[in-house]
Design a protein around this ligand. Sequence first.
Ligand code: IPE
Ligand code: IPE
Ligand code: MG
Length: 248
Amino acid sequence: MTDPAHSARLPRHLAIIMDGNGRWAKARGAEREAGHQAGAESVRVVVRACRRKGIEALTLYSFSTENWRRPAHEVGALMTLLRQYVLQERREILDQGIRLQAIGQIDRLPVLVRTPLRALIRESRDNTGMVLNLALSYGSRAEIVDAMQAIAREVQAGRLSPDAIDEACVDRHLYTAGLPDPELLIRTSGELRISNFLLWQIAYAELHVTDVLWPDFREAHLDAALSDFARRERRFGKTGEQIKEARP
Ligand code: IPE
Ligand code: IPE
Ligand code: MG
């Protein structure tokens, strides 16, 4: 069921940098892990809402390549939460027709995450409802390097001519191959940076930064971001006048 309120100008692909869990916990005198735990509930709320609204793809920045540098106990707690999320949401993901995908260096994840994650990706692969794309052990520069290596190997093997390397070719070699570029990128907790997320793919994304910390993020905040997006004039290099003329 698609919510008609936003369908007029809904992003096909929404990406979210879910930030502020640690600060949320600190403000309550709790350990950072408690913030991650609370953030998992925001993930549930947002996935359900995006599915209902008819968003085609939702990419959630869940763990970056740089996040491996955090204290071992925090990384461990995040891995446990990821495992719990995949196991607990399995039924709902399948019932809702959601197709789970993951981008990043999945091989670096501990087996306790990798096994249920790969199983649910396989089980949900024919679903057509919404792509839920988890960026896990993800870094955009590593993704671009991987793509360059894959392209170089094809050229070396004589299967690809250097002249045939165009933007579509690069797209096909990124972890996000097959997904439209994100049209809207939300970052919570007020930080004004990209933190190595989807550098190629967000070339023309609209950015929405909110001060709300991720564990406090609810459907009303999502609606505010979607309304903000619907009001933006997306010009892609053209003039405002050209855009108005082209409007039906
Ligand atoms: C985002 O919250 C979750 C991850 C990066 C895994 P943080 O843990 O970065 O929270 P802050 O930024 O320290 O508040
Ligand atoms: C970005 O948040 C990564 C995720 C949300 C998973 P960080 O909290 O790690 O980003 P920086 O280090 O503040 O840029
Ligand atoms: Mg942070």
